[in-house]
Ligand binder design. Sequence first.
Ligand SMILES: Nc1nc2c(ncn2[C@@H]2O[C@H](COP(=O)(O)OP(=O)(O)OP(=O)(O)O)[C@@H](O)[C@H]2O)c(=O)[nH]1
Ligand SMILES: [Mg+2]
Length: 210
Amino acid sequence: MNVLDAEFVAGATVLGQLPAPTFAEVAFAGRSNVGKSSLINNLVQRKKLVRTSGAPGCTRAINIFRVRLRTRDEQADEAHLDLVDLPGYGYAQRSKAERKSWGPLIEGFLSERAGLRGAVVIVDIRRGVQDDDLQLLEFLESVDVTPILVATKLDKLASSKRKPAIAALKRDIKRPVIAYSAVLGDGRDALWKRILSVSGIERTERAVQP
Ligand SMILES: Nc1nc2c(ncn2[C@@H]2O[C@H](COP(=O)(O)OP(=O)(O)OP(=O)(O)O)[C@@H](O)[C@H]2O)c(=O)[nH]1
Ligand SMILES: [Mg+2]
């Protein structure tokens, strides 16, 4: 995928502060420290667009990033898409009050945002889908937002263990899973294909330029 531009648009800790949606949006959700921000950076091939951190709980706001893409559409050869980095969930070290306020922020965004076309749910390939991830997947289905399940940090597994881990996860969760590595770039083309499809930018049957 050829990303022509990528820029930060807005960040907010309450829904009312976010600008109205302009383009199709795809959200990125997952447990704290799972690698959401790194995945967005790898996807758009910009090392420092989204701040990442070794300290869990770094992303406390909803942050919107706008990308301009070169597409293979005959009518329009460029498209805009907004990628939305959501705060991580499931981090026990945070104060109870903080955690309480984030559920509604994440769920409010996912259920009310008019521009939202899909949500990438990111899990750690070594840990698989945990209870809170499953709850999120079910929540997305209940509010009619298409989930795209991604298992990241593939490079943290020895190469001989990667295929079996992906197969086990697929068996376990009975949904399609894209295996990803924000370090090696595995899964990048497959994820772009799904994102372009759910956002209506390119249909699945049309080949996507790698
Ligand atoms: N080896 C490896 N490390 C990764 C990968 N993705 C993320 N990391 C590392 O995992 C840590 C957390 O990554 P982030 O991208 O900040 O995770 P996050 O989900 O955005 O974290 P919060 O915003 O705090 O919830 C960082 O140290 C990253 O360098 C990956 O695919 N492979
Ligand atoms: Mg983050």
